[in-house]
Design a binder for this molecule. Sequence first.
Ligand SMILES: [Zn+2]
Length: 314
Amino acid sequence: MLKTTAVLVVLMAISSCSRNEPQTPMKPSMQTSIPTPRFDGARAFADLKAQTDFGPRTPLSTGHRACLSFLVAELEKSAETVVSQNFTEKGYNNESLLLTNVFASFNTHTSQRVLLLAHWDTRPHADQDPLESNRSKPILGANDGASGVAVLLELARLMKQMPPSIGVDVLLVDGEDYGKSSDLNYYFLGAKYFARTMPRTYKPLFAILLDMIGDADLRIPMEQNSMKYAPGVVSLVWSAAQELGVTQFAAVPGEQIEDDHLALNEAGIPTIDLIDFQYPYWHTIQDTPDKCSPESLEAVGRVLVHVIYTKAGK
Ligand SMILES: [Zn+2]
């Protein structure tokens, strides 16, 4: 993803939820709420490690193909249907990049649906690395790639054990991070392909993108494009975090980020981006599992469970 250099503008006023405030007591209606499954951050972290153990997952690499098989196999254990969407794009050297989005569905008989997505590919060049000699190397993408996917794999397990009343689709997109710096034509390849080929009848209520949510020092502000295109979804998710007392979600405007959510918003699906862009190892070879934590994955997972099981479509 890319950070745009636009001046930050507060686009909406959201009820205050600073880190130091006492937690709002749960309303009585919440206390009698629907049972929800427990998100296991340690199990999600094992899924993060399983991905990085394949090495970099850059298009046309062996790690990329091996990781794809792993992801499909994992989702097939949990989802009702799993569809691999294969496509090709021209790379920088006129080579054909073989790319695959994976679309897994839960509770397929329900038309009221939510879409959750993350990119599973990793960046071919560590172009932000402090050492010049590292900038042509691929990154491992523990946070930038594996973290969002890890949360979705654990959620998939939970939805198998305890199906939610709402329908949920999990989309793992390829080719997010292929492009050279600022060359937007070569970014978000999978999300753009999905958005332009999805059936017109596919209309989830909203979508949530997870990107770089594994940072051990996690703090997720409200990303600016999400506030612009899907303010109601931002409110829903941050109020879920507040109800749970998950303080890693900061109810303050963050950066404006170009990411996979833009293609979906343009296609008419209100989509937000959960992203902690304050990550010192972004696009460096230091983006490794030791910079991430089970607690961070669990914080995001718990909020998503709350959104899916008790808030979406209500
Ligand atoms: Zn990236």
